[in-house]
Design a protein around this ligand. Structure first.
Ligand code: GLU
Length: 501
């Protein structure tokens, strides 16, 4: 058997997702069980959406969970660089090979033409996709248009007939007809590769033997298989893992469940308990044990026994497991050490000390003032909001809009939080004091607290999001219809100041 090498290839475009950790866990177990390597590659070809903060957060979260990597950013390795933005020359070299072989072509179609095409296809109820317009251009015409400086992308050729058959480790033979496969853009007009192209090149050059990833990628396999063929390369083994689901079986999404690893860390889940829980997604230990370590999982792991029924990421079950760890692992002294290091590492104490000192007369005054900094949800009922001047609907609107604005803050700090909230109150034409009142309650569970702006800044977006949502629910919630109307109204707010700070 060839050397086993697996990888996780996150795109740094948002919060570190529990789904990334879940896939990383299975890749790492599989590689290490076979004495191979687990690689981390950053897929940052989407320059607009990729951020350094997201990359840093993903790396830190994986490390926190104990999912360190053998090769990749911060570690090095002989197949680097491991960030796609640093591999442009490699992609340029490889696209030339495909162009030379006639497996890819320049496409000069304008956005207008492509829109029109999509419209026509929709009206005719046809599969949408590129119609091959530029694939038959003569070489000299292409050259002339290139010389004239016309903008272009490079697309891959796709067979017109037949189907692509490939094997998936968990699903066996899968076949997808070529007519369902689009002539994928491989290089964008800015000269950067698309996911499909960079992913295949890198998997090959990094000698990845097994591609283990979420099932949302299974329909992309024909494009990938075709690229391997065009290059005369051996494709890796494909294995598409079942997606994590909300308890209602829909795809796990942050609209319904917190999905950011930062949230679980902030809430005081233990990394080994969260990892253990992720190991129970689609996998059961041979004797059905529910509490197991990474090393135990790795020793017992058999990828072919991963079950395809959508695993449910259920916080109630996670709470049960985390509780078990807290109660049963380690002694009381270790519990105290964990508690204190969590409180300390959360970074929630130091920033509030200056506010706190102004308000206390003895140290025993501190705990009641700061308890909400160290809780998950705060206790709320509809009565909690009774003193607020705004009516229920307007309170809900303030809470929801505040959440959306906070989600847009890219550099999280006190000033940025203040800036977006103050601007929002103005845009909504609500007095600052009235606007902040429901936020006070949502965040602290109390009518008065330390400054709400400081509190939001300190507890961070993940906990703030959970509390704002909880407050909206306590006020009666938002129906789907209302949510649509609110989204529209939010989008139409006059922008005062820089809302995307
Ligand atoms: N960059 C892709 C992602 O964010 C990787 C998919 C794959 O593993 O091929 O999920």
């Amino acid at each position: 058997m060839t050397r086993v090498r697996t990888r996780i290839a996150p795109s740094p475009t948002g919060d570190p997702h529990v789904g990334t950790a879940y896939i990383a866990l299975f890749n790492r177990c599989f590689a290490h069980q076979h004495g191979g390597e687990f690689v981390l590659r950053i897929e940052d070809t989407d320059q607009v959406r990729s951020t350094q903060r997201s990359e840093d957060d993903i790396l830190a979260s994986l490390r926190w969970l104990g999912l360190d990597w053998d090769e990749g950013p911060g570690v090095g390795g002989e197949f680097g660089p491991y960030r796609q933005s640093e591999r442009s020359a490699i992609y340029a070299e490889h696209i030339d090979i495909l162009l030379e072989r006639g497996s890819a072509f320049h496409c000069f179609c304008t956005a207008d033409r492509l829109n029109e095409l999509r419209q026509q296809q929709m009206e005719a109820k046809q599969q949408s996709g590129y119609d091959g317009h530029c694939s038959h251009l003569k070489a000299e015409d292409v050259q002339a248009r290139l010389d004239a400086g016309e903008e272009y992308v490079i697309r891959m050729k796709v067979p017109e007939e037949g189907f692509c058959q490939f094997n998936d480790l968990l699903r066996g033979d899968v076949s997808i007809t070529w007519s369902q496969v689009d002539m994928q853009v491989l290089m964008k007009s800015d000269g950067l590769p698309t996911y499909h192209f960079a992913n295949v090149i890198d998997d090959h050059l990094m000698e990845i033997s097994h591609v283990i990833r979420g099932e949302e990628w299974i329909n992309s396999v024909p494009k990938h298989v075709l690229l391997y063929q065009y290059f005369d390369w051996e494709p890796p083994v494909f294995c598409h893992m079942p997606l994590l689901r909300n308890p209602d079986k829909s795809k796990l999404s942050k609209r319904k469940n917190p999905t950011s690893i930062n949230y679980y860390k902030a809430m005081g889940y233990l990394p080994e308990a969260l990892l253990n829980y992720l190991g129970m997604m689609g996998w059961t230990m041979p004797e059905g044990e529910e509490v197991f370590s990474l090393a135990e999982m790795q020793a017992a792991f058999d990828i072919e026994r991963v079950s395809l029924g959508g695993p449910v990421f259920d916080i109630v079950k996670l709470d049960w497991l985390n509780g078990k760890y807290l109660r049963e692992q380690g002694d009381d002294a270790q519990f105290v050490a964990r508690l204190l290091s969590w409180a300390q590492e959360s970074g929630r104490l130091e920033p509030i000390v200056p506010l706190l000192r102004q308000r206390v007369e003895k140290l025993s005054d501190v705990a009641p003032l700061i308890n909400y900094f160290f809780s998950g949800d705060v206790a709320l009922s509809a009565h909690s909001f009774e003193h607020c001047k705004l009516d229920v609907l307007l309170s809900i609107k303030c809470l929801q809009f505040a959440l959306w604005r906070l989600e847009g803050v890219s550099e999280w700090n006190r000033d940025a939080v203040e800036l977006v909230l103050m601007a929002l109150a103005k845009e909504m034409d609500v007095k600052v004091r009235d606007f902040l009142a429901p936020l006070f309650v949502a965040i602290s569970g109390q009518a008065v607290s330390l400054s709400v702006i400081d509190s939001i800044a300190v507890i961070g977006l993940d906990l703030s999001r959970a509390r704002l949502r909880h407050a909206i629910e306590s006020l009666g919630g938002i129906s789907k219809k209302q949510a649509k109307a609110l989204e529209k109204e939010f989008a139409g707010l006059p922008i005062i100041g820089d809302a995307t700070t």
